[in-house]
Design a protein around this ligand. Structure first.
Ligand code: DGP
Length: 216
């Protein structure tokens, strides 16, 4: 039996990640695959609840502490994620390590320091970065309620994601397999969905227990 695929969506707030993650999961299920969706931060745990208080501005925390809480939230759910993948379930994830680094670096924290707490986590098989301008994202519904939803800050996050993308694209080409793709999110839902599906189909099959990990 093969393990499931770990497919990650990353991007700015309101880039359309949730919609595309849902459409991807539905399409894969229709083909008969077992699929689960996950989202970080997972606000239902105690750590997640502290993160939620920060995001909704009911509790303030210094930048380093909240960075480590986001990372702890990924770590506390890591074994459950690996168990799902090993049991053959494809997991479509909305945000992960790269959001951690992009958002915290955008605040001015040292980039290398930001990566450290996530080294050792399982690396996604494919990261789909949905590229959108902060201005377009801000014009989409519901923007502005949480702490990071400001165009000026999201512009900094976008610049940090660009640095990460450059690094990950080099890693992809060295490894000879596309583990990071950046797609223009300002295109139609269906066009984007079709592009995503074709990238997911190209992800190589792997056996349970066979993972790459986040590392330097
Ligand atoms: P979401 O639930 O996907 O809307 O994410 C909530 C907000 O938290 C969003 O503005 C992105 C930000 N975020 C997500 N993950 C991390 C992280 O690991 N570190 C930091 N600093 N921010 C994050």
């Amino acid at each position: 039996m093969l393990r499931g695929k770990f497919i990650l969506f990353e991007g700015l707030d309101r880039s359309g990640k949730s919609t595309q993650a849902r459409k991807l999961a539905e399409a894969l299920k229709e083909r008969g695959s077992r699929v689960e969706q996950r989202h970080y931060p997972e606000r239902s745990t105690q750590v997640g609840s502290a993160i939620n208080s920060y995001l909704t501005k009911t509790k303030s925390l210094n930048d380093q502490a909240i960075h480590l809480l986001f990372s702890a939230n990924r770590w506390e759910l890591q074994q459950a994620l690996v168990d799902l993948l090993d049991s053959g379930v494809t997991v479509v994830v909305d945000r992960y390590v790269y959001s951690g680094v992009a958002f915290s670096s955008a605040k001015g924290l040292d980039r290398e320091w930001c990566w450290q707490s996530d080294f050792g986590l399982v690396r996604p098989d494919l990261t789909i970065f949905l590229d959108i301008s902060p201005e377009e994202a801000s014009s989409r519904g519901g923007y502005g309620e949480e702490i990071y939803e400001k165009v000026s800050f999201q512009s900094k996050v976008k610049a940090e994601f660009a640095l990460i993308a450059a690094k990950e694209e080099i890693r992809s080409s060295e490894a000879g397999k596309a583990s990071w793709v950046s797609l223009n999110a300002q295109t139609s839902l269906e066009t984007l969905h079709a592009q995503i599906l074709s990238h997911v189909d190209a992800v190589p099959d792997r056996l349970p227990g066979d993972y790459d990990f986040m590392q330097k």
